[in-house]
Design a protein around this ligand. Structure first.
Ligand code: NDP
Ligand code: BG6
Length: 498
């Protein structure tokens, strides 16, 4: 994408707060193994894990080998260097040990005072750790070092107010250019490719506006439930978990104006400008333009699955939403009047993330027949996952004497074009960029703020009586009322399986 990051990271120590956790195990360690095996980590590199679980260095190394078991020889050698500090996150002796191990790493492995601190722990301790790092002088590089950076996981706050408070606390400890807020969707190749499609091709940009586009639909559908994260999900819900971050990122890249440069500042300036143009509804409008749902027991992929309220860590009378549909408006010259429909949900029939731009119908259809009447509007679909690619749906003549027209699709598949399975997990790319200091794919403070400004009214409206919850059977496309949200405007959801 935009800038070309150096092949290898500079020398540094990566400090993982929350080293005993799920994210470290499932995403960060495998991403590190991937980078190690591809020669993307400096020789002068090591990892220090910090968490309260009373592991030894050896236990942490064993976990690292198990969680990234496909890692090769380079990874195995790197893991031998790993150190682990068991302790409370903000306790003085945790930091005394940390400073000792950082100095030792500089000495033994030549990590040269450079640090990347990764907050891969529960959000309630983010501010406390940032504060402790500053108090202990760890917010600046060690001797001879060039940088000390802070990588912060999502969720960044649970509403606008708490995000502002968290930001103020983090900014007391680190400057904005030291902070790398992660949204793993930005690490996905296909999300980045939205920029390539729009700005490296002459044919799309002229039609990328209200004159040609009738509506935009963004779908983030998951067939999984909340898995083992019920406790976390209860405090979040689909709007905070997916819409505030992943959907807003995809939406801003899809609808923003062309940036004048493909670097962190220009791209993020345009994303923020776009987010500022998204209409903020009144509480009444918010109820009217949104649907929230929760799955009940059903069948997904032929397997019977429990309802949300029976998931581990979920209250039996929970009113947390696992499905959201919104009708948004972008009030600017390019998009005025074009509805932007957004939906996300767990336990939907299939896993698919896509952006669909549906174009206006022809002004007059001269073809007769049932097939012509069933013609679907031209649609450009950016498929982010799975089978990442791009499809253009258009009408074609059915072979034969009669002149009959039918919808067909022209398909581009990344895997076929580039001949490799590039995976859709953004973590290796994002970790590498953070370690190299490239902030292009990370979320700037004003982006977080704008995204919360957009979703906050829905949170508020839903907390009032009337901001109801609609149940849907697992394995279906959400509550029926979500169809009505579009039908009222004469529209309907695209079937991503077509
Ligand atoms: P976990 O629940 O696994 O927690 C991570 C670690 O934090 C635990 O191992 C635990 O370590 C410590 N911890 C747990 N509760 C507390 C507490 N109350 N006070 C202090 N420490 C605590 O979380 P995840 O690893 O799933 O998530 C970490 C971060 O990454 C979160 O911000 C999450 O939203 C984000 N994230 C996670 C994803 C995932 O798939 N897991 C995906 C995207 C983002 P110990 O007890 O040893 O200190
Ligand atoms: C995470 C959410 O941010 O994204 C999860 O917390 C969700 O609930 C996940 O399952 C989806 O990511 P992906 O890459 O599988 O689309």
């Amino acid at each position: 994408m935009p800038t070309v990051p150096p092949e290898r990271t500079p020398p540094l120590v990566l400090v993982l707060f929350g080293a005993s956790g799920d994210l470290t195990a499932r995403k960060i360690l495998p991403a590190l193994a991937n980078l190690a095996d591809r020669g993307r980590l400096a020789e002068e590199f090591t990892v220090i894990g910090v968490a309260r679980t009373p592991w030894s260095d050896e236990e942490f190394r064993r976990v690292a080998m198990k969680d990234a078991q496909y890692g090769g020889e380079r990874w195995r050698k790197l893991v031998e260097r790993f150190r682990y500090i068991p302790g409370e996150y903000a306790a003085t002796d945790t930091f005394d040990r940390l400073k000792g191990l950082l100095a030792e790493a500089d000495e033994r492995y030549g990590t040269r005072g450079n640090r990347v601190y990764y907050l891969a722990t529960v959000p309630s301790v983010f501010a406390m750790i940032a504060d402790a790092l500053a108090k202990e002088g760890c917010n600046a590089p060690g001797e001879g070092g060039e940088f000390a950076r802070l990588v912060v996981e999502k969720p960044y706050g649970h509403d606008l107010q708490s995000a502002l408070e968290l930001d103020a606390a983090v900014h007391r400890a680190f400057d904005e250019d030291q902070i790398f807020r992660i949204d793993h969707y930005m690490g996905k190749e296909t999300v980045q490719n939205v920029l390539a499609l729009r700005f490296a091709n002459a044919i799309f940009e002229p039609v990328w506006n209200r004159r040609y586009v009738e509506q935009v639909q963004i779908t983030v559908a998951e067939s999984i439930g909340v898995e083992h994260r019920g406790g976390f999900y209860e405090t979040a819900g689909a709007l905070r978990d997916i819409v505030q971050n992943h959907v807003m990122q995809v939406l801003s890249l899809t609808l923003m104006e062309p940036p004048t440069g493909m670097d962190a500042t220009h791209i993020r300036d345009e994303k923020v400008k776009l987010l500022k143009a998204v209409d903020i509804p009144t509480p009444d409008e918010a109820v009217d333009k949104s649907v929230r749902g929760q799955y009940t027991p059903g069948v997904v992929d032929g397997v019977a699955v429990p309802g949300y309220r029976a998931e581990e860590g979920v209250a039996p009378d929970s009113v947390t939403e696992t499905y959201v549909a919104l009708r948004l408006r972008v009030e600017n010259w390019r998009w005025a009047g074009v509805p932007v429909y957004v939906r996300t949900g767990k336990r939907l029939p299939t896993r698919v993330t896509e952006v669909a731009l549906q174009f206006h119908n022809v002004p007059f259809l001269a073809f007769d027949g049932e097939l012509a009447r069933q013609l679907r509007p031209n649609t450009l679909v950016l498929r982010i996952q799975p089978n990442d690619g791009i499809s253009l749906h258009f009408g074609a003549k059915v072979p034969g004497e009669e002149f009959r027209v039918q919808s067909v699709a022209m398909d581009f598949l990344y895997e076929r074009a580039f001949g490799e399975d590039r995976g859709t997990d953004g973590y290796p790319r994002l970790l590498h960029d953070a370690m190299c200091g490239d902030a292009t794919l990370f979320i700037r403070t004003d982006e977080v703020e704008q995204a919360w400004r957009i979703v906050d009214p829905y949170l508020e409206a839903w907390s009032e009586p009337g901001g109801g919850l609609h149940l849907y059977r697992a394995g279906t496309w959400g509550p029926h009322i979500a169809d009505l949200l579009l039908e009222r405007a004469g529209d309907s959801w695209r079937n991503p399986e077509l």
